[in-house]
Design a protein around this ligand. Structure first.
Ligand code: ADP
Ligand code: MG
Length: 611
C-alpha cells in the first residue's frame, strides 16, 4: 500500500510558529532544525546578504535591527494608510513603505517585500523542517489565523501559503484549532471557552461540542492586544526615568530600542516564575553632548508589572464578557476553559481569567502547541476518509451592502455558522437607474462609511423604470474558510455579476464617505427604505420653522452683533439643509435636521428671554 502523502498543520503566530502532523493517530509537533518546537516568526537579512529565518534571525536582531522583520502578522492583509499600520510604523525598527495600491512593503537590504512574501519565508522554513522530518516533499497544509481576522487578512495568509509552495487545504481559526486538539480522542460534550493571548493578538471563543461536531457559537478579540503591548509598557517604564535624568529618549535609537525590547520581554517572562528581576543594559547609549557611556539598570517586581499592565488584562476580561453575552452563556454554563498562548503563563492573567470564568483552566493543554496540534487534526480530517471530526466555524464580523441613505443593509450577521449563503431582494433607489453599485461592507457600524469596504462591483444594463420597480437579488456566500463571494442578479433579465471579495481595506472613513456620496446615484435601496422620504418631509418642516424665526430674531435683537451672527449661521444651515433635502443621503438629511433643531431651540430661547 502506498504511503499517504504527509499533510501538516501550521500555527503561523505573530511571535512563534509551530508545525504539527498526525502521527499514528496522535497529533504531534515536528521539531525544527534547532530541536525546538517553536520557530520564531522572524525573518532577517544578515550583514552578509543571507536571508535568515527563525531562531537564527531572532538572535541577530540586536545587531541588525533595521533588517530584522518580526510581528509581520500584525501587518498582513492591512493597508499602509490604515491606523494600525501607522501605529506599527512608530514602534517597528524595520522600514515600511506604501506600495502601489496602498499595500505595505517592507524593506530588507535594497529590496522591497510584500507582507505575504515575508510570512511565506516563515512558512517555507516550517515546510523544510517538516520535509527533513518526513524525508519527502510536503505540499499540503492547514494554516490557522486569529478568529478575528477579516477576509483580507485570511486571503493574505492563504497567499503566503501559496508563495511558500503549499496548497492551503483550509484556513481555520486558532481557538477552533485549540478546541479540536483539546477534544481530540476524548468524548467532549458541552460548551467550552478558549482564551488565547499571544504575542500580538487576543482571541476568545465559545464553542459547542457534541459527538465530534465543533460549533463555534461566538467569537471576539482584538488583533492589537498581546504580549508586545506588555513589553511596550515595560519599555516605557524603563525609558521614562532615564529620559528625565539624561535628557535622552532611548526609543529613538533603533539599536537601543531592540535591546530594550529583548530585556523587557525577558523580564516579563521571568516574572511569571519569580517576584522580582534585574534589568541590566550596560552601554545602552552615550550622552548627547559626549562623555562617558550610559548604563541602564533597574529592578522590576511582579507587582509593578501588574500595575503597568493591569488595564491590558482588564481589556481581555471585558472582551470575554462581551463574547459570553453574544454566546448567550454564563460562565457557569461552560464545561471547560482552555488557555492558549505564551501570555497565559502570566500569573495575573491566569488569576483574572479564573475569576471571570469561575473555574480553573483545563490541564494538560500545552499553550504554545495546542493550536498547531488542532491544525494537524483538521489537516488529517480533510485528507483521510475515516475521520470523524466535523468542524463548523462562524463568521467573525457582519457582512452587508451599502444602501441609499448612507446605511448598511446586513445580509449575514456576525457569528453565523459558515459555510453559508443568503439572498435578499433589493430595489433601485432612483428613477431610470440603469446601473447599481454593490459595495460590500464588513463590520458592525450602522453607518456605511464606518465599516470596512471589502470590495465593490457594478451591475449594468438594468431596465429604465421608476425607482423601486427593478428588483435585484443580492447573494452573499461565505465558504468554510471564511472567504466571501458576492453576486447580484437582475430578477427580470437574469443578468448577473459577481466577485470573490478581496479586501480593499485601509480606506479611511472619510474616503469611504466621499465615495458613497459621489456614487449615491448608483446605490441600492433596501426594500424597507421609506425612511428617507419621511425624514425629508421633517427636514422641510424644520426649514420652514427656521425661516419663520429669522425675521423675529432680527427684530428682537435689533441688529446687534449676536443677532447678526446667529442669523448668518442659520442661513448657512438652511442652505446646507436645502441641499441635503434634495440629495440621496439619509445621513445628510439627519445631520441637517439636527443642526436646524439646535437653531430652533437657540432662537426660541433668545426670543423668550428678550420678551
Ligand atoms: P503568538 O501566538 O502571537 O505567536 P505565543 O503564543 O507564542 O504568541 O506567545 C508569545 C508571547 O508569550 C510573547 O509575548 C512572549 O513574551 C510571551 N511568553 C512566552 N512565555 C512566557 C512566560 N513564561 N511568561 C510570560 N510571557 C510569556
Ligand atoms: Mg498563537
Amino acid at each position: 500500500m502506498a504511503e499517504r502523502e504527509p499533510v501538516i498543520g501550521i500555527d503561523l503566530g505573530t511571535t512563534n510558529s509551530v508545525v504539527a502532523f498526525m502521527q499514528d493517530g496522535t497529533p504531534t509537533v515536528i521539531r525544527n532544525r534547532s530541536s525546538s518546537n517553536l520557530t520564531p516568526s522572524v525573518v532577517a537579512l544578515s550583514k552578509t546578504g543571507k536571508m535568515l529565518v527563525g531562531q537564527i534571525a531572532k538572535r541577530q536582531a540586536i545587531t541588525n535591527a533595521t533588517d530584522t522583520v518580526y510581528a509581520a502578522k500584525r501587518l498582513i492583509g492591512r493597508k499602509f494608510s490604515a491606523p494600525q499600520t501607522q501605529d506599527a510604523v512608530k514602534v517597528l525598527p524595520y522600514t515600511l513603505h506604501a506600495g502601489e495600491h496602498d499595500d505595505i512593503r517592507i524593506t530588507l537590504g535594497d529590496k522591497q517585500y510584500s507582507v505575504p512574501e515575508i510570512s511565506a519565508m516563515v512558512l517555507r522554513e516550517l515546510k523544510l523542517d517538516a520535509e527533513a522530518f518526513f524525508g519527502q516533499p510536503v505540499r499540503k497544509a492547514v494554516i490557522t489565523v486569529p478568529a478575528y481576522f477579516n477576509d483580507g487578512q485570511r486571503q493574505a495568509t492563504k497567499d503566503a501559503g501559496r508563495i511558500a509552495g503549499l496548497e492551503v487545504l483550509r484556513i481555520i481559526n486558532e481557538p477552533t484549532a485549540a478546541a479540536l486538539a483539546y477534544g481530540f480522542g476524548k468524548t467532549v460534550n458541552g460548551k467550552i471557552a478558549v482564551f488565547d493571548l499571544g504575542g500580538g493578538t487576543f482571541d476568545v471563543s465559545v464553542l459547542d461540542v457534541s459527538s465530534g461536531v465543533f460549533d463555534v457559537i461566538a467569537t471576539g478579540g482584538d488583533t492589537y492586544l498581546g504580549g508586545e503591548d506588555f513589553d511596550n509598557r515595560i519599555i516605557e517604564w524603563l525609558v521614562f526615568d532615564f529620559a528625565r535624568e539624561n535628557n535622552l529618549d532611548l526609543r529613538k535609537d533603533r539599536m537601543a530600542l531592540q535591546r530594550l525590547k529583548d530585556a523587557a520581554e525577558k523580564a516579563k517572562i521571568e516574572l511569571s516564575n519569580t517576584k522580582e528581576t534585574q534589568i541590566n543594559l550596560p552601554f545602552i547609549s552615550s550622552p548627547p553632548g559626549g562623555g562617558a557611556a550610559l548604563h541602564l539598570q533597574k529592578t522590576l517586581t511582579r507587582d509593578k508589572l501588574e500595575e503597568l499592565c493591569g488595564d491590558l488584562i482588564s481589556r481581555t476580561v471585558s472582551i470575554c464578557e462581551q463574547v459570553l453575552v453574544e454566546a448567550k452563556v454564563k460562565p457557569t454554563d461552560l464545561k471547560e476553559m482552555i488557555l492558549v498562548g505564551g501570555m497565559t503563563r502570566v500569573p495575573k492573567v491566569i488569576d483574572a481569567v479564573k475569576t471571570f470564568f469561575r473555574r480553573d483552566p483545563c490541564k494538560g493543554v500545552h499553550p504554545d502547541e495546542v493550536v498547531a496540534l488542532g491544525a494537524a487534526v483538521q489537516a488529517d480530517a480533510l485528507t483521510s476518509t475515516d475521520s470523524e471530526v466535523v468542524l463548523l466555524d462562524v463568521t467573525p464580523q457582519s457582512l452587508g451592502v451599502a444602501v441609499a441613505g448612507g446605511y448598511v443593509r446586513r445580509l449575514i450577521p456576525k457569528n453565523t455558522t459558515v459555510p453559508t449563503s443568503v439572498t435578499e431582494i433589493f430595489n433601485t433607489s432612483k428613477d431610470d437607474q440603469t446601473t447599481v453599485k454593490i459595495m460590500v461592507l464588513q463590520g458592525e457600524a450602522e453607518l456605511a462609511h464606518q465599516n470596512e469596504l471589502l470590495g465593490e462591483f457594478i451591475l449594468t444594463g438594468l431596465r429604465k423604470a421608476r425607482r423601486g420597480e427593478v428588483e435585484i437579488d443580492v447573494t452573499f456566500e461565505i465558504n468554510s474558510e471564511g472567504i466571501v463571494s458576492v453576486s447580484a442578479r437582475d430578477r427580470e433579465t437574469g443578468l448577473q455579476q459577481s466577485i470573490q471579495v478581496t479586501a480593499s481595506g485601509g480606506l479611511t472613513e472619510d474616503e469611504l464617505k466621499r465615495i458613497m456620496e459621489e456614487q449615491a446615484d448608483m446605490l441600492l435601496e433596501a426594500r424597507s427604505g421609506e425612511e428617507l422620504t419621511a425624514k425629508r418631509a421633517e427636514l422641510k418642516a424644520l426649514m420652514k420653522e427656521v425661516e419663520g424665526l429669522i425675521p423675529q430674531l432680527d427684530k428682537a435683537t435689533q441688529g446687534s452683533e449676536f443677532g447678526r451672527d446667529a442669523i448668518a449661521k442659520a442661513k448657512t444651515a438652511l442652505e446646507a439643509a436645502r441641499k441635503a433635502a434634495e440629495g440621496p443621503l439619509l445621513v445628510r438629511v439627519n445631520e441637517s435636521a439636527d443642526t436646524l433643531n439646535r437653531t430652533v431651540s437657540l432662537f426660541k430661547g433668545v426670543l423668550e428671554r428678550i420678551k
